[in-house]
Design a protein around this ligand. Structure first.
Ligand SMILES: [Zn+2]
Length: 253
């Protein structure tokens, strides 16, 4: 039996609507239902609803992993579950191991840290925590102007946008569809020999998913071709627009 994937489990735990197949599976599968319940208790706790949430205190190494995973500031490197101590900063490691041996008293602030840490035990849970954090802002990681090739006058631009779930999309704008056939978008290696087709676009702005395995450093050229309706899946050799993606520096503030 195909169980729900972690993303779907997270959706269910967040009380988001599922597609019919997933919902039917969830209704009939104890294993998945139990996963959803467990994660749901984490979600409730992270939202501040501690009633009924089952919690456990994670090892401090978990916080270290979260700290690294989320790229938090050095000031936040201390496990929030540790007790304040005058010598803690000077000897964090030995202090942490002593603290771990003590019985902990939970306050809501510590509980939130605890469930966040506990959520890291599963990919789906991590996904849920990411959803609970400030809405993930799409980040532009690379950009290019698209310039017309001989015989064409359209202009355009392309941006590679990532979201918190790691999905990359190419957002491409073409001022005017000047293809005699249809416009197909490609990511091409500098030798112009290897390429991936991302899909078909018209004029205006389109969003195309970039497959996970495509290395943009190796395929930096964005090309819009004019494809005749001949059933041939290969590049026609006629390009309307082209540009080379350049990494976009992270924006300050
Ligand atoms: Zn299942």
């Amino acid at each position: 039996m195909q169980h729900l994937d972690p993303g779907t489990v997270s959706m269910a735990a967040l009380d988001e609507p599922l597609d019919t197949d997933s919902q039917v599976h969830l209704d009939g599968c104890d294993a998945c239902a139990s996963e959803v319940r467990e994660l749901n208790s984490v979600v409730l706790a992270a939202r501040g609803d501690f009633a009924g949430a089952t919690l456990e205190s994670p090892d401090s190494q978990v916080w270290a992993a979260i700290h690294q995973e989320l790229g938090l500031q050095p000031a936040l490197s201390t496990d929030p579950l540790t007790y304040p101590s005058p010598v803690q900063d000077a000897t964090p490691v030995s202090e942490l191991s002593q603290v771990r041996a003590k019985k902990r008293t939970f306050t809501p602030k510590f509980l939130i840290a605890a469930v966040t840490a506990g959520a890291l035990t599963g990919a789906g849970a991590l996904w849920a925590v990411q959803q609970l954090q400030a809405e993930v802002t799409p980040t532009v990681v690379a950009q290019s102007q698209l310039d017309p090739l001989d015989g064409f006058t359209a202009a355009g631009s392309a941006s590679v946008v990532t979201t918190g779930d790691g999905v990359r999309t190419l957002q491409i704008t073409v001022t005017e569809d000047q293809a005699e056939g249809y416009q197909e978008v490609w990511l091409i290696a500098p030798d112009l020999a290897q390429m991936y087709s991302l899909g078909v676009v018209g004029g205006g702005t389109s969003s195309l998913v970039i497959p996970d395995h495509v290395d943009l450093a190796a395929f930096p050229i964005v090309d819009v071709s004019d494809e005749p309706l001949d059933g041939d899946p290969l590049h026609s050799g006629v390009s309307v627009l082209r540009g080379t993606l350049a990494a976009q520096a992270a924006q300050a503030g």
